[in-house]
Design a protein around this ligand. Structure first.
Ligand code: ADP
Ligand code: MG
Length: 400
């Protein structure tokens, strides 16, 4: 699945209304009946205008039919959902143009975008279920029937949770990208011009960086939170050179870690909190040992000690904030199950996976009659997971 924004500029106001109608109808219908699309679109021109728009949208792969469907209707594709989200971001002036993709995660696409002034930002498109819906056949049948398991629902949940946590973390003074906008399964945030820890081969003082990362983890715990995926891909390292006070002296390098990737964050009260906490600690330790041959002298930190610090030092609990934002316990459970399933699947497949396993439209769309290309045939054959490349300054394409 590749975000191709070319068709955006050619869509009319009517086409957008019809696309939004298909999205609205999808809440209660797996396949939205054409008469319902007509009704929800509320176009002045009546049915013929709607049919013209349907054909444009289908040709561009934004909506699709299902083979052997029992009635005439359409469903929203990944591309259609992407377009609706981009449209909203562009109306809110969060995004003006879209550029290249800098990261391909198992569960997301990371795109460089820019606002009207040319300031670069990051668009994270959640694609939860991208692998599992394609490869786990038994699940697929189950998920098809079960709306709460659909990729759209899960990807929206992931984005909602990530945006809520990024905002709460920023408010609490954590080093995170600034969250700018949220629409459906996507979020817009500031671009951090820094590579992930994974790409750092040497640091002047591994012990200092290690302590800082552990302190961040303990600070999260005081706020009632565990990152849940605290690894070298999800910590960006900003490098600043500070001139020496001595005119002949060498500048010193300061490294500032910035945290990203929050859909899997869990509460310190979670039944498996200890496991998640220990795993986050172990991840950092293992990485520091392998990469920098560094072993901390002190054991821990231990969950039982961290548990006692929740809410201490005036740290407001952030784990409750999500529920307050309308994210129900059921949503949290659904998302957690999907993330876990995805992780299990990745673990069972190993690392030698290729992009062709899931770079095209998801399995639901596999069964649709094809209208237009929709997906990108120029994808690299080998999956680059979480790849960071410095953004190209003159890249972006205006979307409307
Ligand atoms: P996933 O959930 O797929 O792991 P992440 O949020 O971790 O997605 O992003 C994947 C990669 O994209 C990161 O490892 C990082 O290299 C890059 N990235 C994500 N967000 C930003 C950002 N705001 N600024 C710079 N790079 C980013
Ligand atoms: Mg990540």
């Amino acid at each position: 699945m590749f975000l191709d924004t070319k068709a955006m500029r050619h869509l009319t106001a009517e086409d957008w209304k019809v696309l939004a109608a298909v999205e609205q109808g999808s809440k209660n219908h797996e396949l939205v009946p054409t008469p319902l699309i007509e009704k929800l679109s509320r176009l002045r021109g009546g049915a013929s205008g709607v049919h013209r728009s349907i054909s444009v949208l289908a040709k561009n792969g934004l909506i699709g039919k299902i083979k052997e469907a029992k009635y005439d209707g359409y469903r929203l594709t990944y591309g259609g959902l992407d377009y609706l989200a981009l449209h909203t971001h562009s109306q809110k002036r969060d995004i003006y143009s879209v550029g290249s993709r800098i990261g391909v995660g198992k569960e997301s696409d990371i795109m460089i975008v820019a606002d009207e002034t040319g300031t670069q930002r990051v668009l994270k498109i959640h694609r939860l279920g991208r692998i599992s819906f394609r490869t786990v056949k038994s699940n697929r049948d189950y998920l098809r029937k079960n709306k709460t398991g659909s990729w759209q629902y899960l990807s929206r949940l992931a984005a909602t949770k990530e945006f809520a946590f990024m905002s709460a973390l920023e408010d609490a003074g954590f080093p995170v990208p600034h969250p700018i906008g949220h629409s459906r399964h996507t979020i817009v945030m500031t671009l951090i011009d820094a590579p992930p820890l994974r790409q750092i081969s040497e640091v002047p003082d591994p012990a200092a960086l290690y302590s800082e990362l552990i302190e961040l983890l303990l600070r999260l715990a005081r706020h009632g939170l565990i990152h849940g995926d605290y690894n070298e891909f999800n910590i960006l390292i900003k490098e600043d050179k500070v001139p020496s006070s001595d005119p002949d002296g060498e500048p010193t390098t300061t490294l500032t870690p910035i945290l990203i990737d929050f859909p899997q964050m869990v509460s310190m009260n979670h039944p498996n909190a200890e496991m998640y906490f220990d795993r986050d600690v172990a991840c950092i330790k293992t990485f520091f040992l392998r990469r920098f041959h560094f072993t901390p002298t002190k054991p821990g930190p231990f969950f039982k000690d961290a548990r006692k610090t929740v809410g201490k030092d005036g740290a407001p609990r952030m784990d409750a904030a999500l529920e307050a934002s309308g994210f129900t316990k059921k949503m949290a459970r659904d998302l957690e199950a999907a993330i876990q399933e995805q992780k299990d699947l990745v673990a069972s497949k190993g690392d030698g996976e290729t992009a062709s396993d899931y770079d095209e439209d998801d399995a639901e769309e596999e069964d649709e009659e094809s209208h237009g290309s929709g997906d990108d045939k120029e994808e690299p054959a080998v999956l680059i997971t979480h790849c960071y490349t410095a953004p190209d300054p003159q890249f972006t394409e205006k979307i409307i």
